[in-house]
Design a protein around this ligand. Sequence first.
Ligand SMILES: [Zn+2]
Length: 307
Amino acid sequence: MLQQRTLKSLTRAVGVGLHSGQRVEITLRPAQPDTGIVFRRVDLPQPVDIPVSAFAVTDTRMASTLSSGNVKVLTVEHLMSACAGLGVDNMYVDITAEEVPILDGSAASFVYLLQSAGIELQNAPRRFIQLNKPVEVREGQGASEKWARLEPYQGYKLSFEIDFDHPAVDATGQRVVFDMSTGSYSKDIARARTFGFSKDFEVMRANGLALGGGLDNAIVMDDYKVLNSDGLRYDDEFVKHKILDAMGDLYLVGKPLLASYSAFRSGHALNNLLLRELLARTDAWDVVTFEDEKRAPKGFAQLARAW
Ligand SMILES: [Zn+2]
């Protein structure tokens, strides 16, 4: 049987929120089978649980925000991406403020945390959402056109295309395809950092956003070039970060997908719309388990490889 996974032990990290600039501590803890991933605000007088769900996503302007009533957790997508990449099904994320720490701006620190806690198999079958018909969402026309699509596929594959008119981005790949069967999430995707423009950072800071952002946790560009002295981690780091984000956004559906995802200029908002469309189209998917793990798509049965 292809089994669910949780952590072997708990692990902690301290950092700052990208937008709030606030100091925050997260504690990742093991959870029982079928718990899913649950954020728990432990700084409130009464702790509040926010289980991951496509419908808990309430704000997608700068990052993916989850809410339960008026209690929020911002910027969950990089941690969720690491969980998707490593196949963690069940975990509590105790958090002491409103925003997940940005750490180095990629999912690499979360991968390191999850792997240092260790990943344990549980006595329950892993449930996948398997597409059997395509589902698509679109927005805008002409130059502002964006779309995202899920199609049937024996495994999990993501292909993303961006269309940034900037010398530093033009010089790199604007399209990338990643297939989970390669087992190379940690090496090829997780280290891609978030990116932004120095002029936008100034405007955001003036509006009380991106207060924790800077060269330590983002690729920052001016009108011509990348300002980080170490340059890029991958030649196509920009579009790889969009794959990283998409994996995190899509994992908010609560189960791993067996599908081919493709997107053009999508972002947190359209990714969430795609999940809502998927959940509404109950004829387009089934929930499946694998009694014989040899029949599971490649890349899912093995525990994730280290770097
Ligand atoms: Zn991101």
